[in-house]
Design a binder for this molecule. Sequence first.
Ligand code: AMP
Ligand code: MG
Length: 392
Amino acid sequence: MISVKDAIELVRNNCKPLLKEVIMPLTKSGNYRLYKDVYSPIDMPPFRQSAMDGYALNTYKESSYKLVGEIKAGDNLSPVLKAGEALRVFTGSPVPDTANTVIMQENVSVHKDVIRIESEIRDDQNIRPKGEQVKKGDLALKKDTKLTPAAIGYLTSLGITEVSVYKKPSIALVTTGNELIVPGQPLLYGQIYESNSIMLQNALYDLKFYDITIYKIEDDYDKTYGTLKDAISRKDLVIISGGISVGDYDFVGKALKAIGVEDVFYKVKQKPGKPLFFGKKDETKIFALPGNPAAALTCFYIYVYMALQKMMDRDTVELPKTQAISNSSFKKAGNRPQFLKGIYKDGKVTILEGQSSAMLQTFALSNALAFVPEDVENINLNDTVEVILLPV
Ligand code: AMP
Ligand code: MG
């Protein structure tokens, strides 16, 4: 049995960025990172543009100009201005090459077809030069840039519709247990509704991982072996729930061994989640989480979360932690470090009743896990405790 600290370090050191490329529509690429540099296919802006509602001038020495026409945004016009002539223009209008400045309309008085400029006339004012943001063929965004809404908007403005991005891990969620049935049908004696797959799928969705396949297997060695072998050969990450403990019908450990999965660790000195397994085969990482739902979700946030962040090459790979004042007292049973479900608010944490690893009711109310280290026996009112903030 290894310590929480060692288990976390083993996950950190065994998970590497997934350097696989995938091409996808720009519209679907939010939150991915660019796999390659992107070069602009056009000049942006594509033509000289007015940055103001006003008047474009071909300047000369006087301050009165002859108004000879109008160009609206979207007009496909490029009239030739002579010195002393002006065009009515608007924000986004094309500005012909023969205009050398735009005066904002607040500084112009209009008398029929003669306008008077009431401010200083300087060249190149209020005109966005062609290619001012980026020129055709120049680097638009560097490799590794995160596709934020702004980045997606920018690439869309360049007319780009597809991008090459780092692939997010493909994930298998595997549940085990003869007792598990799908909600929607009545429970027979001895059965329970299978909830871990939907719970973990939603935890993954929250973190923006969508490439998820769910497998459900009975407590049968051959089925466990066959399904796990297939999932491990296809997916980047396999998350199993249940069947990893020491019962006669827990076949996951035996099957993983037979498949040739390297055991990085099995069993962590912690509560909940003692029978946690982490291993790897080729490029695939495998977690076998305990079947008890609250233990499975705790292990997901402490260990699987980190594996996912490492695979995504993120700078921050752990959930945020903070110190909080305890609003409650808690008596630890046994000497294993504990992750306690609680509610964190304004620097204080309330540790909830009902910490059993079989119960999700408490977890459903929680937004944090308070960590009680091995050497701390009790938490008293107003003690300072470390709190892990959940992404909920
Ligand atoms: P196991 O780790 O397989 O011994 O399972 C431990 C406990 O978790 C048992 O009470 C199981 O019925 C329960 N359990 C296992 N898998 C699931 C699941 N997918 N959904 C809900 N409960 C589960
Ligand atoms: Mg089981």
